[in-house]
Structure formats: structure tokens, C-alpha cells
Design a binder for this molecule. Structure first.
Ligand SMILES: [Zn+2]
Length: 105
């Protein structure tokens, strides 16, 4: 099962996080960690993240870690190294979690 997410759906027009449900907050925290790490390591083809699979929702037991790639412009593909969990994150580019912006002068 692939979880396709649009990062902008969690943000308002000013790029701030919307008032989210508890479940959406957990998902957003998971996604924002991925965006931070991937944008910091954008030149790497496959990025091992310090993000556990079981932090993407409540009541998950998978101890796997998340790996991610930035395959296409503005889309991150992530997957768990231990189970079938995977997903994409689009529209993260230029958000406050995009660390690339801090490297550009
Ligand atoms: Zn997993």
C-alpha cells in the first residue's frame, strides 16, 4: 500500500501547519521529518532516515527504519526497510521544512 501525500494539504496559505486531527498530526510529524532529512541530503540517491516505521501512525509495531529518495522534482519516495510500507510526498519544495533553502544564498 502506498501512502500518497501532498505536503501542502497540511499547510495554510502562509505555509503554517493547519489545525490537524490527532491522527493527522502524527502523520504530519512523520512526513516533516522525512522532508527535513531528504532536503538536507538531497544529493544522495538513497537516504537512510532516523525515522522509525512505527511512528507513522499509532499502534504500529514495525521496528524498521525509513529510507527515502527524491526521484522526481518535488516528490519524495519513501519506504520501510522491513515491511511493505511506502509512500510519496509531493509539494514539500520551498516549505519551512525544506532545508535546501538555507544552503542557497
Ligand atoms: Zn515497516
Amino acid at each position: 500500500m502506498t501512502l500518497r501525500t501532498n505536503f501542502r494539504h497540511f499547510l495554510d496559505e502562509e505555509g503554517k501547519v493547519l489545525a490537524l486531527t490527532e491522527q493527522a498530526k502524527i502523520v504530519f510529524k512523520f512526513l516533516s521529518k522525512i522532508v527535513l532529512s531528504v532536503s538536507e541530503n538531497i544529493e544522495h540517491p538513497l537516504i537512510q532516515l532516523d525515522v522509525k516505521c512505527n511512528t507513522r501512525a499509532t499502534a504500529l509495531t514495525c521496528e524498521g527504519s525509513i529510507e527515502a529518495t527524491c526521484s522526481a522534482f518535488d516528490t519524495i519516495d519513501w519506504h520501510c526497510d522491513s515491511c511493505e510500507a511506502s509512500g510519496t510526498i509531493s509539494n514539500w519544495y520551498g516549505s519551512q521544512w525544506d532545508r535546501q533553502a538555507r544552503i542557497l544564498h
